[in-house]
Design a protein around this ligand. Structure first.
Ligand code: GLU
Length: 512
C-alpha cells in the first residue's frame, strides 16, 4: 500500500494571513484532497517576539470562510499533535543534542556585540554578505574554538548560548523540487544558522524539520521564498538520519506586481486599491483596519478559483472551477515555475461569474440586507426580480443595491450629459403617448407588453424607437445605461412608470 499523503500549511501567527499564504494553503488542500490524504495546519510560533494576538484565529477563520479547513490543526487535534510549536517546546531539545553529539552542530557563546563586531570586520574587508559560516566560525566563541573544559564551565555556569548547525565547507547540496526540478547549492553559500536560541526555543529551521518528520509530512508545498532554506533542510534531514523519509518539495512561484515587474507588495495593493488579506484585519497595535477580500464583497468560491490559477492551470481553456472540480483537476506537475502576475481584474471577473450563477433568492438576500440597513422593506418577490436583473451588471453583491437604487426610488435628477445629448421633443412625444397606452392597459405589465406598447407609441408618433430609446431610459432611471429596460419596466409596474414619465416630462421639459 502506498503511503498516505500528508501535507501541511505552517504559517507563523505574526499578523494577518497574506493572500500568498492563502494560495499556499489552497494548493496543500487541493493536493491532500486529490490524493485522499490529510491537510494539516501547524502554527509556527517559536518566535515569541513576533507573536501577534488574534493572528491564529484569523488564520482559522479565513480558511473556514474559504471552505479549506484542515483535517488536523490546533482546533482539531489528530494523533500527532500538538499542532502549535510553542506547545512542542520540550520535543526539540533532544534533536539539537543529537546533532551536537554527531558533530553537526555546536554551541556558540558570542554576544550580540561580538556578532556585530564580526559583521563590521567583514564588511570593512568588503565581504558582501557577512555570515557566521565555516570560515568565520573559527574566529568566534564557540565549542569548536574554545577548549572543552571552558565550554563545559560556561554551560555549567548557565551562560547564554545558542546551538548552530555546522555547515560543511565544501559540499554540494542537491534537492529535487517538484516544481523547479533539480536545485543544486554549494555549501559555502550557506551559513551556520541558529537551530536553538538562548531561550531554549528552536528556530524555524529546526522546529520545521522535526515537526515535518514527526507529523509524517510527505510533501512540503510552500512559497518560493523558502527555497533558499531548503538546502539547509535537506542537510538537517541527512544529519538526523531521516533522509529516507524526507518529504518531497514543491516551491510555488512568486506572486508578482500587476505589471509583472517584481514581487507583489503592500504598496501595490494600496496603489491599486485591492486587498492583500482574505478578510478584514485590525492591527492590534495601531487599531488600523486593512480591508480584506471578503469585506470588499468577494465570494469565497471566486477567490478560490482566482487563487488556484495564480501559478497553476489545468492545461486547457477552462477557467471556471468549483473547489471540488479543482480537487479533481489539480496536479503539482501543472504548477508553473515563473512568477505569476496578480491581476485584480481577473479576481473581479471571477466574482462576476459566480455572482451570476447564484440563485435569485440568495442574491435577493444580499439586496434586502442592504436595504434593511437603510430601513427600507420591499416584498421578497420584487427583491428577487431586482436581483435577477441587476446581477448582470454587478461585480460585488453590494452593487445590486448600489446600481439598482432606481428600481426602488424614482430619479430626482437626470444625468446631464445624457440629457443634453439625447433628450428632445421626439422623446417627450413618444413618452407621452406611451403613458397614455399604459393608462389604458387593464392588466399587469410584463416585459413583453411593455415593449410592444412602446413600439406602438413610437410608431404612432412616426418616430424611430431606436432614436429615442436612451432618452426613454433616462426618463425612467435617471441615467443613460443599465440593465434590460423592459425587465425594469415590468418590475416597476404600470403605475410607477406613469408617475415617472409624468415627472420627467415636467422636469426635463420638451426641449429640442
Ligand atoms: N512558518 C513558515 C511560514 O511562515 C513556514 C514555511 C514552510 O512552509 O516551511 O511561512
Amino acid at each position: 500500500m502506498s503511503q498516505e499523503v500528508r501535507v501541511r500549511f505552517a504559517p507563523s501567527p505574526t499578523g494577518a494571513l497574506h493572500i500568498g499564504g492563502v494560495r499556499t494553503a489552497l494548493y496543500n488542500y487541493l493536493y491532500a484532497k486529490k490524493t485522499g490524504g490529510k491537510f494539516l495546519l501547524r502554527i509556527e510560533d517559536t518566535d515569541q517576539t513576533r507573536f501577534v494576538p488574534g493572528a491564529e484565529e484569523y488564520i482559522k477563520d479565513a480558511l473556514e470562510w474559504l471552505g479549506i479547513s484542515p483535517d488536523e490543526s490546533p482546533w482539531k487535534e489528530g494523533t500527532l499533535g500538538p499542532y502549535r510549536q510553542s506547545e512542542r517546546k520540550s520535543i526539540y531539545k533532544q534533536y539539537a543534542m543529537d546533532l551536537l553529539e554527531k558533530g553537526h552542530a555546536y554551541y556558540a557563546f558570542d554576544t550580540s556585540e561580538e556578532l556585530d563586531a564580526m559583521r563590521q570586520r567583514l564588511t570593512a574587508a568588503r565581504v558582501v554578505s557577512p555570515q557566521y559560516n565555516s570560515i568565520t566560525r573559527t574566529q568566534m566563541k564557540n565549542s569548536l574554538t574554545l577548549p572543552a573544559d571552558e565550554v563545559k564551565a560556561r554551560l555549567d555556569a548557565g551562560e547564554p548560548y545558542v546551538i548552530r548547525v555546522k555547515i560543511p565547507r565544501k559540499e554540494e547540496v542537491r534537492l529535487q523540487d517538484k516544481v523547479r526540478g533539480w536545485v543544486m547549492v554549494h555549501s559555502n553559500t550557506l551559513d551556520d544558522k541558529v537551530l536553538m536560541k538562548s531561550d531554549g526555543m528552536p528556530t524555524y529551521h529546526l522546529a520545521n524539520i522535526v515537526d515535518d518528520h514527526l507529523m509524517k509530512v510527505t510533501h512540503v508545498i510552500r512559497g518560493e521564498e523558502w527555497l533558499p532554506s531548503a538546502p539547509l533542510h535537506v542537510l538537517l534531514y541527512q544529519y538526523l538520519g531521516w533522509e529516507d523519509s524526507m518529504p518531497e518539495f514543491a516551491h510555488l512561484p512568486l506572486l508578482l506586481k500587476p505589471d509583472g515587474n517584481g514581487k507583489l507588495s503592500k504598496r501595490d495593493a494600496e496603489k491599486h486599491g485591492f486587498p492583500l488579506f482574505p478578510m478584514n484585519w485590525k492591527d492590534p497595535d495601531s487599531g488600523q483596519i486593512a480591508e480584506g477580500f471578503r469585506d470588499q464583497g468577494y465570494l469565497p468560491e471566486a477567490l478560490i478559483n482566482f487563487l488556484a490559477f495564480l501559478g497553476w492551470n489545468p492545461g486547457d481553456h477552462r477557467e471556471l472551477f468549483t473547489l471540488d472540480e479543482l480537487v479533481d483537476a489539480f496536479t503539482i506537475e501543472r504548477i508553473g515555475k515563473s512568477g505569476t502576475k496578480f491581476d485584480i481584474n481577473k479576481a473581479k471577473w471571477y466574482n462576476e461569474q459566480y455572482l451570476r450563477k447564484k440563485p435569485d433568492d440568495e442574491l435577493a438576500a444580499y439586496l434586502t440586507a442592504d436595504l434593511e440597513k437603510e430601513g427600507i422593506q420591499i416584498p421578497q418577490e420584487k427583491a428577487e426580480k431586482i436581483a435577477a436583473v441587476m446581477k448582470e451588471r454587478a461585480t460585488f453583491p453590494a452593487d445590486l443595491w448600489k446600481e439598482g437604487r432606481f428600481m426602488v426610488f424614482a430619479p430626482e435628477q437626470f444625468d446631464k450629459n445624457v440629457a443634453d445629448k439625447k433628450w428632445n421633443a421626439d422623446a417627450a412625444k413618444v413618452l407621452a403617448a406611451y403613458a397614455e397606452k399604459l393608462e389604458a392597459l387593464d392588466k399587469m405589465l410584463d416585459a413583453e407588453t411593455a415593449k410592444s406598447l412602446l413600439t406602438d407609441a413610437a410608431e404612432e408618433c412616426g418616430i424611430k424607437l431606436g432614436k429615442v430609446m436612451q432618452a426613454v431610459r433616462l426618463a425612467i432611471t435617471g441615467v443613460g445605461a443599465g440593465p434590460d429596460l423592459m425587465q425594469v419596466f415590468e418590475i416597476l409596474g404600470k403605475e410607477e412608470l406613469i408617475k415617472r414619465i409624468g415627472f420627467s416630462l415636467k422636469t426635463l421639459g420638451i426641449a429640442g
